[in-house]
Structures are given as structure tokens and as C-alpha cells.
Design a protein around this ligand. Sequence first.
Ligand SMILES: Nc1ncnc2c1ncn2[C@@H]1O[C@H](COP(=O)(O)OP(=O)(O)OP(=O)(O)O)[C@@H](O)[C@H]1O
Length: 420
Amino acid sequence: MPADLAALCTRWDMHQMPADLEIRARHRKNLCLQYIDKLLRRNGSSLSSISGMPLPDLEFLENHINTLIHDEICYNPDLLREEHERLFPSLTAEQKIVYTRVISAVENNKGGFFFLYGYGGTGKTYIWKTLSAAIRSKGEIVLNVASSGIASLLLTGGRTAHSRFGIPINVNEDSFCSITAGTDLAALLIKMSLIIWDKAPMMHKHYFEALDRSLRDIIGSTNPKAKEMLFGGKVIIFGGDFRRILPIIPGGTRQDVVHTSLNSSYIWDDYTVLKLTTNMRLREGSDKSNIAEIKEFGDWILKMGNGRLGGPNDGEATVDILDDIIISDNVDPIASLIEFINPSLLDNLQDTTFFQERAILAPTHEVVGVINDRLLSQIPGEDVVYYSSDSICESEGVDNTYTESLYSPEVLNGLKLSGN
Ligand SMILES: Nc1ncnc2c1ncn2[C@@H]1O[C@H](COP(=O)(O)OP(=O)(O)OP(=O)(O)O)[C@@H](O)[C@H]1O
């Protein structure tokens, strides 16, 4: 939080407003404060929690609507209907079954917990988009979340589950999300019709259990029956593939990992599994030159996930990796990887789509750091470092100035945490 934010407030210019809208200085200031408050609330804070900050006038507070709900219902219904009309007819038979089951559960309003199981390319994201368009076009709320930031980018209005539900970083079997009754977030959760949670299997079961307890609590405050219902009687659909990344337990055994998975949770007793089995990346109309290659890779990765490569094994095997996904440069593999993903980097620096179309994924933050440093060293000009956060989350139990002082911005910025 910049220290001169209060001064900044008074200088804020309404250049974002339509030219024909004349707003007097007092109104301008209040709109500005309301806007900053909205940004803060999206990130679990508010103007009132920062000492010395002015608040919007009561006049504006009276008109204040729940910005979280507003954000979720402000989609253009005509565009959503068009999108739905485009996507729905092309759903395959198995995709339509998923769609119908979920839509029926939402319409019945009696809750439902689904798991959509399908390996990569079977069209899970396609279904999320179709479901979201169908429900949002009616003015209802769909919360699209994913277990990782990068996966959440694929969803319309997607957020990480952590930030959307205020899930604490350190959870245990008794944890709750940081959602307080009566807040904007609580009202959003009471009002929403469907939660879509993509790439769910990579999260520890305690995250889902924390959400279950919190929803029962929050929704139960308006409807006592919800306390006895899974996820407070809301419809929730998880998606993913257990062959991919499971929860990471530092130093954990195979049994530890299995024990922390979603399907080892008490919530799994009430699930309905829906399955997708057709690789839509190989459908008619796909780029023919790539189909054979995609099919070969798809079959190989599926066998790998099913433990069918490297002969009979009990979870450990020596597997031959396909030649085309191996970096054969033993001398400077990082440089080769960067060159492979970003060919002619310097010639493409001004091309705005160049970096949007490529990404290097790495298993740990250390490796991300090494690759980043190498890549940045190739780009001419001075480095500028922007930190995403330099204060500790209140939900982590930092409630006094002494503890806060232990976590200075320098300490926080020096941490290399696991996670996504
Ligand atoms: N019914 C469909 N009609 C046309 N294209 C489809 C259909 N279903 C999926 N696709 C396309 O197939 C490709 C793969 O689908 P999608 O990304 O939804 O799969 P996914 O299961 O989410 O994959 P991953 O798990 O790897 O993220 C996408 O290009 C998508 O647009």
C-alpha cells in the first residue's frame, strides 16, 4: 500500500468516466474512494482497515451495492446468450449429460456435489464456459475458481479458490475460510447458484472441507437446514484428473499424498462422478498436421498417468521420454529451453501477442527464478521489480504490532514459498 495513498485520493482524476458525465468535486472524491474500497475488498481488505484513510460519504454508502455481487452479475446477458447458443449445440453426447445434470441441480436448488473426471483435452473447460454462459445469462451467479492462478485465467471471471473464498494458507482439519457473516463475500456466497472449481485434485482435502464448513455456517445463518447439507446445500462441481498433480506434501510418502487427496475426504462420500472420455483436441476439423502428433502425445501421457509405461511397477519405474519433449543440451539446458519457447526473442519484443502465446512451466519457485533471471538478462534495459504484496494476511493470525514487526517487507519479499 503506497504511503501517499490518502494524498493520491484527492488527486484522482475521473478520466475513466464518460465525457458527458459531469461530476462535482465532492462526488468525484467519493467515487474515487468507493472505487479504491472496491479494489481492496476484492483482496480481503477495506479502506476502513487502513488508519488515516478517508471513507466515502454516507450519501454514497447508502447507495453502495455489494461490489462482489455486482461484479458477478454485470455480464451482458445478450452476449452470454449468444455464447451459449454457439457452444451448446456443439456439445458432444457425454458433454450434454454433464451439462444437463448440473443445470438440473441448479434449477432444483437442492444442492449437489459433482466431480467431472476427464483427462486433458476432453472438454472440461468447454463445459465450464457453456454452464457459466447458461446460468449467468439468466442473471444468476456462477463462481469460477481454480486451484492455481494460471488455470484460473482460462475461466471467465476466474479467480484462485484461495482468494475467492478466503481460504487460509495453513489449513488443518478444523479450519474455516476467512468469511465473516454480514460481509459482501458472505452475501455473495449466499446468493450464488453454482461453484465451478477446476483442477481440484491438486489441492489438499482440508481446503474443500474448510469451504464446506464455512458455507454451512454462512448459508446456515439464513437457512438452518443448510447446516446439515454438504456445502450448505449449494451446487458445486469440481473438475480435474487424478493422474495429474496431486497435493504436494513436503517429504511425504505416497500414502500421505493419497490420504490428503480430495477423494480421501469425508465430502467424497456424497459425490456424483461425471466422466468425459473423448479427446476433443483430436476431433474432426482440428489442424490435421498436428493430429497425429497430439494423438501420440495424448496416448503416451495417458499411459504414463495410468502407470502403464516402464513395465509392471508399484509407482516407481524407468520411463523413456519422447524425443521431442527432451532438452538434449547438457551444457546449458535452460538457454536451450528459453530459445525453444521464445525463438528470436529480441526481434519479437515489440509484438504484444508473442508472450501471450507461450509459457514455461516449472515445478518450483527456485527454478522459476533461475529461468526468469536468464530470460530477463537477455532483454535490454533496466530491471524494475514490482512486488505483489508486502504485508501479511490478517487471516493468518497476525493481530498485534509485535508479530507484524517480525514480518517486515524485506523479510516477506525474501520468502520463497511453495504453492502456486
Ligand atoms: N464440444 C466441443 N466442440 C468443439 N470444440 C470443443 C468441444 N469440446 C472441447 N472442444 C475444444 O477442444 C479443446 C480441448 O478442450 P478443453 O480445453 O475444454 O479441455 P480440458 O479438458 O479443459 O483440457 P485440460 O484438462 O488440458 O485443460 C479446446 O480447444 C476446446 O475448445
